[in-house]
Ligand binder design. Sequence first.
Ligand code: FAD
Length: 405
Amino acid sequence: MAISLDDPRKFRQLTGQAHQVAMNMLRPISRKYDAAEHAYPVELDMLAAMIDGLSESGAGEGAGAAGVRRESASSEQGGVRNGTNLASVMSIAEMCWGDVGLLLSMPRQGLGNSAIASVADDEQQARFAGVWAAMAITEPGTGSDSANISTTAVLDGDHYVINGEKIFVTSGDRADAVVVWATLDKSLGRAAIKSFVVPKGTPGMTVERLERKLGIKASDTATIRFEDCRVPADNLLGSPEVDTQQGFAGAMATFDNTRPLVASMAVGCARASLDLTRELLAEAGVSVDYDRPGINQSAAAARLLQMEADWEAAYLLMLQAAWMADNRQPNSLEASMAKAKAGRVGSDITLSCVQLAGSLGYSEAELLEKWARDSKILDIFEGTQQIQQLIVARRVLGLTSAELR
Ligand SMILES: Cc1cc2nc3c(=O)[nH]c(=O)nc-3n(C[C@H](O)[C@H](O)[C@H](O)COP(=O)(O)OP(=O)(O)OC[C@H]3O[C@@H](n4cnc5c(N)ncnc54)[C@H](O)[C@@H]3O)c2cc1C
């Protein structure tokens, strides 16, 4: 199947609306919540209600979490589909042109929602519809090596009892529920890792503190302790069976979905920096001619052209990963490629734009310095740059995680 490089026409209205929201609702409050870390952006409630309304009417195809489901990856279907995953990455990129931290704070659009969309069975999809869910994988002793988690879940009657500590949980304080990764039996390795939906307020679940951070300050990042925290057994997402053949695939399917979304955040934030830098350069008398080689233009214009090319490559990889998901094609390799490229060039572009704009770029008079701070996390969470490269190398070389680490 061929990929058309044009933006799908049917999404132009959606991306246009997302751009308007970013410009008129997110940008005006961007600085306010960058300064007021941990304050809840109340303005988002109205926006979330609007998005819910659009989704219910069917008009706002996929403003947030969509599922990439490995079990249906091979199902045959005719034609080329541009569906929810493509709509999600394109609209999220537009929203992050407005503000990444605020996008991450949007009610009901959490990374845990993507986990539910990817792993939950039909009954669970229905039961958790409309629930705002954060995702808790990282622990004090486990970051990139997520197969090593120590949080435990032990079956006791018709409940699982969860014990452990999770750190750096995005929206961990504000969300309605947290999707927690825990092991049923550490001696059985990664196949025993399952995810559990733990509703906020469940006894034994305590938000201990919020982090102060370099960027995305509008987004809350929580440490959560689980002490004999009991959740109904049917809150385990997917199958409770420990299938050592399948290994980590169940829980990992979430990343096929979330990595393109994180790539789209980096694409959106970098686009914002490029657009503003081009305007500032024009005001300073430097125009960029897209029809002439960079080498024949000023150094600033040549750098901007180079960054535009990097951006375009990241954008296309993002589209590819989402498009494959819509067309039920396994996309783990492409999801990691998109995340690695967009995470890296996103940080590079936003910081280079600070450099090109000089003192104006560094000062709070413009948002360039904020975007450079905000974009760094997109090269870290949901798997760091180095981890994405490791995954790509393993898949290209046909090596297992034990063979290439
Ligand atoms: C603001 C913020 C929000 C977050 N939100 C969430 C969330 O919602 N849910 C959640 O579960 N987690 C979240 N995280 C955690 C995030 O996913 C982890 O920070 C990330 O996975 C890296 O883990 P680590 O910090 O332990 O670093 P480490 O794994 O200790 O890595 C440190 C460095 O070593 C490199 N490295 C590690 N292993 C290798 C290797 N094999 N080869 C080469 N280099 C390697 C890494 O790339 C990195 O540069 C968040 C973190 C932050 C800062």
